[in-house]
Design a protein around this ligand. Structure first.
Ligand code: SF4
Length: 169
């Protein structure tokens, strides 16, 4: 049985990616960004240990209202194995997946040969919002991201072209 350490869940949100989305906040993050908006979720033990089937059922209960699911946190790539499994199940419902991460797209790509779980997760994601939160670059007017260094990346196109292609709504 596979469990996810869950810090929080939103059934439908408009602030965490394009369209109405369910949001899974996972617990645990080692980036320790100064000014982190979810500091409590940096703790790997915060929240509840939840079966991925339960998370899936909760997501399913929001269909057909939602357009997709967003993974946030915390650091989703710290639980890449379980999240890639959940992502595969979500895809069966034809929902798209956004994921927030403190790692950069290049860091993930460069580690993938040694970290198959990261590879499996990245390949399920449609849009990746990457990079640590940088307080000096904070801008409240930015849509779907907190600081200007972060990028909203079209993962499928970027993997195909082998370079970062930004997501255009
Ligand atoms: S990556 Fe996100 S959750 Fe992690 S410390 Fe930075 S702002 Fe907080």
């Amino acid at each position: 049985m596979n469990y996810l350490q869950v810090a929080g869940f939103l059934d439908n949100s408009l602030a965490n990616g394009e369209g109405l989305r369910s949001v899974v906040f996972v617990s645990g993050c080692s980036h320790k960004c100064s000014g982190c908006h979810n500091e409590i979720m940096q703790d790997f033990a915060y929240g509840d240990k939840v079966l991925i089937d339960e998370v899936l059922q909760r997501i399913r209960s929001n269909i057909p209202v939602i357009k997709g699911v967003t993974f946030s946190g915390g650091e989703p790539f710290e639980q890449a194995g379980t999240l890639s499994q959940l992502a595969r199940d979500i895809k069966r419902f034809e929902l798209n997946i956004w994921c927030y991460t403190g790692f950069t797209f290049e860091e993930i790509i460069n580690s993938m040969s040694d970290n198959k779980q990261w590879q499996e997760l990245l390949y399920q994601i449609d849009v990746l919002v990457d990079g640590r939160f940088e307080e000096s670059k904070r801008n409240n007017k930015l849509k779907y991201k907190g600081s200007s260094n972060q990028r909203i990346i079209d993962v499928k196109k970027s993997l195909e072209k082998r370079e970062v292609i930004l997501f255009i709504p």
